[in-house]
Design a binder for this molecule. Structure first.
Ligand SMILES: NCC(=O)CCC(=O)O
Length: 437
């Protein structure tokens, strides 16, 4: 049967009547790449199934959480058991301490942790805490890093904001955006220059240690250590946004790979096992500023939700008990990158491949990509052509050049072989596209 998205197109048209743009998060709309997003009916292991009967090898993984694959039997079973005990109590449970313990054991810089419902909530709350603790107001972020969609950090933001060309959203008051200073990732001189000017006013530097929202970019050798040293020198807090990289690039996150101890860390995605969870945590002396231990207010009706805690606990337990989970994941990512590179080279393309742990990225650029500007120089038209050709072949990649790819433990060698085989067709399409240009 030829690939078609007829039912999805109808569903999308109807959704647009009731939901802005037809989606509940912009990246899902395929606006950047054009065309219809498949409406998903089910998912299992490494696969997504849409309402038109198409099957896809899924490298989006719900934008990161599904590291042990969709509908993992142990997670499904644990949720089934939890479900009959009620879905929310708004009162403390043993599960919250259990997940907090798993997180703090895996990420030792997080001496205490507060559960919230999304990565956005985590980064929003952590800034309030950092400002209260330091009694300073300014924040430094990096161009192309995305930390969710609240006002302070929706400034030169990556991910969907970049895809749609609105990295500085209307509706963010100048008075708030004005407290956020943006510098380029991987450029230590620029960060030093800002600190030498206004270092005493900087409450915190927030950084995706491995950015995954301008596409996937790697830190230069020693860069994160230098960022740590500058923040320490000026008494500013260093916040690692590991919503994406946490339990993704390694069980202990990017901070374990690069040997950095941030003051505070934000998590999300994997720790919720596919249910809505975010978390922030870090030094005990800072975390004890949070209400009711301290004066900084932050709350949530569904925070620490029993189902979400159950999915998270089960996912982290499975990951921690798997033999060499991350070595195997990164082996699969390397096999995929080697395969894609070999296919691309047949058509004379020298693309940029980045990967670490189970995260990967490929830029349609002949030049190295190390920050937002170099990412934006990649050929978006070539990516869009590649993306659609892969989708037709049953490979579901993130619908934007400015996103990362994710591997799960459920992906098989055959999935990877099929993906590489599909890329031969997709690179041929890119070649045609380039010849037409
Ligand atoms: N890089 C994008 C995300 O991680 C969040 C997904 C979303 O915005 O829906």
């Amino acid at each position: 049967m030829a690939f078609n998205l007829e039912k999805s197109a109808q569903a999308f048209a109807e959704a647009k009547e009731y939901i802005p743009g037809g989606v509940n998060s912009p990246v899902r709309s395929f606006r950047g790449v054009g065309g219809t997003p498949p409406f998903i009916a089910a998912a299992n292991g490494s696969k997504l199934y849409d309402i038109d009967g198409n099957q896809y090898i899924d490298y989006v993984q719900s934008w990161g959480p599904m590291i042990i694959g969709h509908a993992h039997p142990a997670v499904t079973e644990a949720l089934r058991e939890a479900l009959v005990r009620g879905t929310s109590y708004g009162a403390p449970t043993l599960l919250e301490t259990q997940l907090a313990k798993l997180v703090t054991q895996a990420v030792p810089s997080m001496e205490m942790v507060r559960m919230v419902n999304s990565g956005t909530e985590a980064t929003m709350s952590v800034l309030r805490l950092a400002r209260a603790y330091t009694k300073r107001s300014k924040i430094i972020k990096f161009a192309g890093c995305y930390h969710g969609h609240h006002d302070s950090l929706l400034v030169k933001a990556g991910s969907g904001a970049t895809t749609l060309g609105i990295p500085d959203s209307p509706g963010v008051p100048d008075s708030i955006a004005g407290s956020t200073i943006t510098v380029n990732y991987n450029n230590i001189q620029e960060l030093e220059a800002v600190f030498s000017r206004v270092g005493e006013e900087i409450a915190a530097v927030i950084i995706e240690p491995v950015p995954g929202n301008m596409g996937m970019v790697l830190p230069r050798e020693g860069y994160l250590k230098q960022v740590r040293a500058i923040t320490e020198k000026y008494g500013s807090l260093l916040i690692f946004d590991e919503v994406m990289s946490g339990f993704r690039v390694a069980y202990g996150g990017a901070q374990s790979v690069f040997g950095i101890k941030p003051d505070l860390t934000c998590l999300g995605k994997v720790i919720g096992g596919g249910l809505p969870v975010g978390a922030y945590g870090g030094r005990r002396d800072i975390m004890e500023w949070i209400a009711p231990a301290g004066p900084v207010y932050q709350a949530g009706t569904l925070s620490g939700n029993p189902l979400a805690m159950t999915a998270g606990i089960t996912t982290l337990t499975i990951l921690s008990e798997m033999q060499d989970a991350y070595a195997k994941l990164s082996g699969k990512v390397e096999t995929l990158a080697d395969g894609l590179r070999a296919q691309a080279e047949k058509f004379g393309f020298h693309l940029q491949y980045h990967h670490i742990g189970s995260m990967f990225g490929m830029f349609f650029s002949e030049q190295p990509v190390y920050d937002y500007d170099s990412a934006k120089h990649s050929d978006v038209g070539a990516f869009n052509t590649f993306f659609h050709a892969m989708l037709e072949q049953g490979v579901y990649l993130a619908p934007s050049q400015f996103e990362a790819g994710f591997m799960s433990t459920a992906h098989t060698d055959e999935d990877i072989m099929q993906t590489v085989a599909a890329s031969a067709y997709a690179f041929a399409k890119v070649s045609e596209y380039k010849n037409r240009k």
